[in-house]
Design a protein around this ligand. Structure first.
Ligand SMILES: C[S@@+](CC[C@H](N)C(=O)[O-])C[C@H]1O[C@@H](n2cnc3c(N)ncnc32)[C@H](O)[C@@H]1O
Length: 237
């Protein structure tokens, strides 16, 4: 049965008003509504580099470390909470001030922050097969039973958009959570998709970059669960 969380309607109403793509270096936000539809990444970034998206980028720790480490990868962080969008901008500003980064140097020109709902962004603005990797770290577990329908991995539109937009040759999905029961559910739901398969090894080149939630939970001694999925190549689908 199709589960279509009603909470999306609420977020959509709010997000469509303020949704924007923020260029942290240029200190400029462009309303999403100025984009007529799927965004051509090569034109948008001005280069043909692969594009990776972090969903729910929180305070932006992964986004900053990964974009610094891989200047030839374009990163997009999607975050719907204004507070975290502002904190991410601050994090980059602080870093640039502290290390005397010249805005004209090109550093961080490979990052954009999208203040909106991830499902909204993926379904409307991300072209087919255009994403090399998705990073979803500590997705909200909505632990209360009556709220579980809000889990992003229960949203069929989101799952379709995720698999539709991954590079069909070898696009990857990286997931980390501290919530064992949700981890189990995510694995079961993804096992039901013919488009993705789990990769046993190779947790990725950025496995060592801890997000803010990971740092907090590791300090608390919680178990951390990780999975990596790869898009099946076309002959399998
Ligand atoms: C538990 S926090 C994890 C933040 C970060 N990934 C980390 O590990 O530190 C989940 C984040 O996802 C964001 N989020 C949840 N659902 C989202 C959605 N549909 N679109 C965009 N952001 C979302 C929340 O606002 C929150 O910042």
């Amino acid at each position: 049965m199709r589960e279509n969380p009603d909470y999306n309607d609420i977020y959509y109403q709010n997000t469509t008003i303020h949704s924007q793509i923020i260029d942290i270096i240029a200190e400029r936000g462009v309303p999403l509504c100025e984009f007529p539809g799927p965004i051509n990444w090569e034109t948008f970034f001005g280069n043909p580099h692969p594009v990776e998206i972090e969903i729910g980028s929180g305070k932006g720790r992964f986004l900053l470390e990964a974009s610094k480490r891989h200047p030839a990868v374009n990163y997009i962080g999607i975050e719907r909470a204004q507070k975290y969008v502002a904190l991410t901008q601050e994090r980059f500003e602080k870093y640039m001030r502290h290390f005397g980064v010249d805005r004209a140097s090109g550093m961080f020109s490979n990052v954009r922050l999208v203040w909106t709902d991830a499902n909204y962004f993926l379904t409307r603005y991300v072209p087919n097969g255009s994403i090399q990797a998705y990073h979803i770290y500590f997705p909200d577990p909505w632990p209360k039973k009556r709220q579980r329908k809000r889990r992003i991995f229960r949203n069929q539109d989101f799952l379709s958009a995720l698999t539709r937009t991954l590079n069909i040759e070898d696009g990857r999905l990286y997931i980390t959570t501290d919530y064992a029961e949700y981890f189990q559910e995510i694995q079961e739901r993804l096992a039901g998709l013919s488009t993705l398969h789990p990769i046993e090894s190779g947790l990725g080149p950025d496995r060592d970059i801890a997000t803010n939630f990971e740092m907090k939970y590791v300090l608390e001694g919680r178990d951390i669960y990780r999975a990596v999925y790869e898009r099946f190549s076309p002959q399998h689908t």
